[in-house]
Design a protein around this ligand. Sequence first.
Ligand code: ADP
Length: 656
Amino acid sequence: MEDIRDKIIEERSPGEDSMDLLWMTSFWEVFTDCTIELDSQFVITHLRRKVDSSSVLEGIVGRFFLDIIAEGDKSLVLENLELLKTGDAPYVRFPALSEFDRYHRWTLVPIFHANEFSGCQGVAIDITEQTLKEITLNWQRAVIEEGSDFVVISDINENLLYVNPGAYQMSGYESESNSFQLASLFTPEHLRLVRTEGIKAVIKNDIWVTRGELIKKDGTSIPVDQTLFSIKDEKGEIILVATVIRDITSFIEHEARLEEARSAAEAANVAKSEFLSRMSHEMRTPMNAIIGMTNIGLTSPTVEKKDYAFGKIDAASKHLLGVINDVLDMAKIEANRLELSLARFNFEQLLKRVVDVINYRVEERSQQFTLGIDKAIPRILIGDDQRLTQVITNLLSNAVKFTPEEGSIHLEARLLSEEDDKCFLEISVTDTGIGITREQSARLFHSFEQADAATSRKYGGTGLGLAISKRIVELMGGDIWIESEPGQGSKFIFTAMLSKIPDSLNGELSKEHFPEETVRSSAEAYDFSQFTILLAEDVEINCEIVLALLEPTKINTVCVDNGLQAITAFEKNPSKFDMIFMDVQMPELDGYEATRYIRSLPYPKAQQIPIIAMTANVFREDIEKCLAAGMNGHIGKPLVLNELLAVLEQNLRADK
Ligand code: ADP
């Protein structure tokens, strides 16, 4: 064994004894946590530990040195051990984590016998505490260095000692730029605030937080939160001031969006509750008329008075039905479920029918009404005639409503352009009424909006008609707008794309399928005495209404209460019945089931007999459901005599 004393430079006063190896060894032991000896295979052969050492290396004698080292450090340790074997290094020193979760700095010295590596001796110092501190410092530094926050350490006079990359990035200055100064990053007022209140708070040992703006190098500014705090020495003297700044642009934007959403929700709430109260008014007013006039009718002794009351009840119920239909249409629009259904129709007849409906109100108000139809518009068109009627009726009834007595109203239909299978129409309603301001007209087509509160008080209305019209027109590939001046009248214009049939067929079809309608206003004109219908309807008053409406036609009617009874009645005597009116919602067995059952019966009559749904479910999908169940048609409630007669005529082919 080489003598360790050969490797020591010894300086001593002349005459003093040389240093004693034993003394050195004990000195080592004071400063090290353990001494260790390994054999040539690096098996631990000897260990001396200090009793009070925090190091827990124990039970390691007899094990390979590498085995007590934590996985992550093994390769580093192996490299060092290899170095020892070659004799190239007089010693090796390395830090390593042991399997006991402690960090040690190992110093190992090789031993050679006759030039043969025979093992090593060494010491370990437990450096766990320092290492952990270093690790903590490292990640703390990383947080500051790599975080996006602006961190600056300065002395109390704003001389910069440390600026993190985030600060350069946020402010737009180059790092190492001399022009980066705290003072140039804020407005003079903000700087004054920092230098007075901020520094005062920091001196008092407080953390000072403020919100402001940071002026970037390019002159633009961003909203920031700024925090100031002090760093003190052991004596409690302030040596440094830390400034941390956070960019809150996205936070502010988020807050603004939230605020916007909140006020939009509030506005929607207000609009909805205004709508509800308006709706309540709109429904209660005709209801009031119906109930009041019913009372008057019931108690009036004279037929004239009763007739007068019925007339009023009739008008009020029709108005109420209109309100209900508008609300339901709006609900469909809100649920995105408004759809068009296509059919062939005669355009001129459609306009005339609309005019017929509106005419009596025009006459009532002594208004002038004129109609202009462009002769170039094809007679037969394909589209949703009911919805088209709805839009024109709405515009016309608004015109009547908002035009004083003796005013005039003009309905005009023009062909804008035409292609092989399509035509683009413009329909306008011009009145000499109260007119609307530009500002009001922008809102009219939104749901629940009316020109102003005073208008709605004076004229009533739900404010839904134009919103519904707009949606319908959009579905038809068109648009709707208004030209108006207050006091000068209004012109509502809409466009719509409709399909047409090939020109060669147009003339023929118009005669064949669309004969001029002969309006029969009374049921007396029909004689259905040779026919019997089965009516399945659970609500007694509804049966009564059908019976009363059809009485003049002398048709025979058998009434039953539900689907089950309808089946029983039909099966008992199928040949007796010529047609079935089937309510949909009924107890025991509903109209769909009853129809399906009848259609499944094994004789031809069960398949042939016309079954017509008679129901208050009037949406397109309701009608489709009826047809899918095997019914032939649909008639909506409330019943309209003319529709009822048309269905009978169509299905019974009665003698006129
Ligand atoms: P309603 O008539 O049921 O209130 P609309 O949506 O049809 O609902 O109309 C909305 C509003 O547009 C009306 O309340 C009225 O203020 C205004 N308006 C509609 N048509 C006219 C018109 N021809 N002249 C003046 N104002 C009109």
